[in-house]
Design a protein around this ligand. Structure first.
Ligand SMILES: [Ca+2]
Length: 304
């Protein structure tokens, strides 16, 4: 049976690759997509998400989420993803619209009516998930687990210590990590290794329409390069769902720093149990990179 998932995203170029995998991995059933402000503004992430769903003619509802972090102003990542968030491909016009309700209510409604527990996958800042958990804690019973791309047990990529998705909305991340949900954290410890190499990237234009589109986007993506390889941060969260055997996880206590002058948004990952706190997340610490690359090639070959 396919795994039902809700994907919360801020496309974003590596998000586009993750959405492709969420749609075309035969093991997954993408029931709802929700957008959040992150890589670029909410208006742009929603437009980009709708363009992708239209590109793939996907019959998946989309709800627009939070336009800003819970308490901080938005700082975006247009330097990595381009001004539009998905620079480089000329998407056709369409008339798709988001649902008439905000993301956290759309997620609640789906969870409360789903016949079986649903997996949440978050590949942007955790604002929508925090709103869901604080406004509608009653729906936790039907969340199978939360798989997220975010954080780091080591260094950051937005500040010296903090990873982008967590750093943009640390207060939301702190709520999520304290929620008691089963959490799988795919942070920079694995996503920095999740590189597609130049040789594979060069084959994308001849693979299929999806390969052509992703190749065009990737040529404008600034997490790596087309010649040295590209980091597919968000794709790791989808990969874990389908191929958990590629990852080494360790149960750890994870706290999100919200107060530090220089460390706000840092995930403090207590790998050695020094803080004496119970584990609240399964933290991915190693990735089988060759296996990951083979899986990406397999799943993208299934796309149109
Ligand atoms: Ca993202």
């Amino acid at each position: 049976m396919r795994i039902p998932i809700i994907l919360d995203t801020d496309p974003g170029i590596d998000d586009a690759a993750a959405i492709a995998a969420a749609l075309f991995a035969p093991e997954l059933d993408l029931a709802l997509m929700t957008t959040v402000a992150g890589n670029v503004s909410l208006e742009k992430t929603t437009r980009n998400a709708l363009q992708l769903l239209h590109f793939w003619e996907a019959d998946v509802p989309l709800a627009q989420g939070a336009s800003a972090p819970l308490v901080r102003p938005l700082r975006d990542a247009a330097d990595v993803h381009g001004e539009s968030g998905m620079e480089g491909y000329d998407f056709v016009a369409h008339d798709r619209q988001p649902l008439a309700k905000p993301a956290f209510i759309a997620i609640r409604d789906l969870l409360m009516s789903a016949p079986q527990p649903v997996t949440l996958v978050a590949i942007g800042p955790l604002t929508n998930i925090a709103l869901l958990l604080t406004q509608y804690p009653e729906c936790k019973f039907n969340i199978r687990r939360l798989v997220l791309m975010g954080g780091s047990a080591g260094r950051g990529n937005f500040t010296p210590n903090a990873e982008f998705n967590i750093a943009i909305d640390p207060e939301a991340a702190a709520i999520v990590f304290r929620s008691g949900l089963e959490i799988v954290m795919c942070g920079l410890d694995v996503t920095n290794d999740a590189m597609l190499d130049a040789e594979y990237l060069a084959t994308l234009p001849t693979l299929n329409r999806t390969g052509q589109m992703l190749h065009a986007l990737f040529s404008h993506y600034r997490s790596g390069s087309m010649t040295s390889g590209l980091r597919m941060h968000d794709l790791c969260a989808i990969a874990w769902l389908v191929r958990p055997d590629l990852f080494t996880l360790k149960p750890c206590f994870v706290a999100v720093e919200t107060q530090g002058t220089w460390t706000s948004g840092t995930t403090v990952v207590d790998i050695e149990g020094k803080l004496g706190q119970p584990a609240n997340a399964q933290v991915a610490l190693r990735l089988d990179v060759a296996g990951f690359r083979r899986w990406v090639a397999e799943v993208l070959a299934l796309a149109p």
